[in-house]
Design a protein around this ligand. Structure first.
Ligand code: NAD
Length: 499
């Protein structure tokens, strides 16, 4: 069995804890490798290496740090096909989708090339007599990131690229389900010129995460994953005095107004609901048609489109719409939730429960499902399913549709499909959700904006990437300097306002 490693101090290092996790090929169900699960001693070694390397890296001028990012972008483009293949093999998503995963990370690396501009401080000349005041943004030191299985290239890059561009050392604890691409990214960063020890990958599970939380040298934690773990890490991390940002689960609603272009809305729902087998935190999992006529017309358009979906292994190339889900446990959980929807009285208008793919019977494939007449009390509405299951909740009015999105505990993304600019503006202004699409089903902001949800979808004050990342990964220091002009005034004991 192939044994994966950690990446510590610029070397592939075998695990020493004695604990491993299986890494599956989700298309075949076979175990293709095992990944070591680090203990606190292994984490401690990585932290010591990072702490030793970081001050020198922070002292490299920001333009030179940016050049590493420039070269890294070239290397990502050079190795795009290789990265996409490795990603699909462990995650299961299609090759074009895997390349998109790398590309959306690459775009944040491109943004980080602007580090010299983004890290410029502020200067006030003559804040008082002979007094200048300036503030600078300094690196935190050793930072850590804990990432989910569903974007094994993009989310690590969203974290480590800004952290490193700011002069920090970064320890990545990727998902144990698909750890190969994060290891490849660390190698590529060093090929791009990054000194050893600045980006390290320590594989693991809860034990490695707890070692990060408890380590006194680690200054910040970025987390992306499910909400219960986000809440746990945010609570414990903050109480340890660390800077923490945690991004959690989602239940994204798409409101379809009676005046919407229904073919456009149906096409959008298919891509956003079933793309990547629904394993996206920005997937649309709830369709909310407004009015019975809209609902009937929308369902009539969705059914034939769903029936045409091609589900298959990534090795079929562009010929598949989505692949398997990540593990047998994920598949079992999705199918359990489908049963609960049926038991609670939702109408299963497209039933994917018997789906099986010839030659891939042991793969973790889940057929597409469409529910109609879902109500807010049902478990399939309350919980994140994270599978190819779209629920339809019929709303009688725009206000009722808006209230559904507002009342749900998650607030990552949402969309409205309409031809009415007034309704769209009202929706964007009032809804308590972080990322809004207007006739756009998956409104993932570009690298130079910021990404983050509201409510139980995010914990912390700052979003991911964009200018917020440069705030998260730096501390502000403000210097007040006075160079007396030669006029001596004696001591001052009161706190004087600036003249
Ligand atoms: P997960 O919460 O199971 O795992 C995420 C990370 O936490 C992994 O690195 C894992 O090893 C670690 N972890 C798991 N259990 C832990 C525990 N008990 N204690 C400490 N650490 C633990 O999430 P996942 O299944 O990998 O990813 C899917 C979830 O991520 C979904 O809920 C999805 O909505 C969410 N997600 C959110 C965003 C966002 O930006 N809001 C983006 C992508 C994914």
């Amino acid at each position: 069995m192939r044994e994966l490693t950690h990446y510590i101090g610029g070397e592939h290092v075998r695990g020493t804890s004695g604990r491993f996790a299986d890494v599956f090929n989700p298309a075949t169900g076979e175990v293709q490798a095992r990944v070591p699960l680090a203990d606190a001693a292994e984490m401690d070694r990585a932290v010591a290496v990072a702490a030793a390397a970081q001050p020198k890296w922070a002292a490299v001028n920001p333009q030179r740090r940016a050049r590493v990012m420039m070269k890294f972008v070239d290397l990502l483009n050079r190795d795009m096909d290789k990265l996409a293949e490795a990603l699909s093999r462990e995650h299961g998503k299609t090759l074009p989708d895997a390349a998109g995963d790398v590309q959306r990370g690459l775009e944040v690396v491109e943004y980080c090339i602007g580090a010299p501009e983004l890290l410029k401080g502020a200067f006030t000349d003559g804040a008082g007599p002979g007094i200048d005041m300036y503030s600078m943004r300094q690196a935190l030191g050793v930072c850590a990131g804990i990432t989910p299985f569903n974007f094994p290239a993009m989310i690590p890059m969203w974290m480590f690229a800004p952290a490193i561009a700011c002069g920090n050392a970064f320890i990545l604890k990727p998902s144990e389900r698909d750890p190969s691409v994060p290891l490849m990214l660390a190698e590529l960063m060093e090929e791009a010129g990054l000194p050893k020890g600045i980006l390290q990958v320590v594989n693991g599970d809860k034990a490695a995460v707890d070692a990060i939380i408890d380590h006194p040298v680690i200054q910040s934690i970025g987390f992306v994953g499910s909400t219960p773990i986000a809440e746990y890490i945010y609570g414990r991390g903050c109480s340890m005095g660390k800077r923490v940002q945690c991004f959690g689960g989602a239940k994204n609603h798409m409101i379809v107004m009676p005046d919407a272009d229904l073919d456009l809305a149906a096409d959008a729902l298919i891509g956003a609901g079933y793309g990547a087998a629904g394993e996206r935190c920005m997937a649309i999992s709830v369709a909310v048609p407004v009015g019975e006529a809209t609902a009937d017309a929308l369902i009539a358009r969705l059914i034939p489109r769903i029936e045409k979906l091609k589900v298959g292994p990534y090795t079929s190339g562009k010929d598949v719409d989505y692949g398997p889900v990540v593990t047998a446990a994920a598949k079992a959980n999705i199918l359990r939730l489908v049963e609960s929807g049926v038991a609670e009285g939702a109408k299963l208008v497209v039933d994917g429960r018997d789906f099986s793919l010839q030659g891939y019977e042991n793969g973790f494939f889940v057929g597409p499902h469409l529910f109609d007449h879902v109500t807010p009390e049902m478990e399939i509405y309350r919980k994140e399913i994270f599978g190819p299951v779209l629920s339809t909740v019929r709303a009688a009015s725009y206000e009722e549709a808006l209230k559904l999105a507002m009342d749900h505990e998650y607030g990552n993304g949402t969309a409205i499909f309409t031809r009415d600019g007034d309704a769209a503006r009202d929706f964007a202004a009032r809804v308590n959700v972080g990322m809004i699409g207007i006739n756009v089903p998956i409104p993932v902001p570009l690298a130079y904006h910021t990404f983050g949800g509201w409510k139980k979808s995010a914990f912390g004050d700052l979003n991911q990437h964009g200018p917020d990342a440069f705030r998260f990964y730096t501390r502000t220091k403000t210097v007040t300097s006075r160079w007396p002009s030669g006029i001596k005034q004696g001591s001052a004991f009161n706190f004087k306002p600036m003249e």
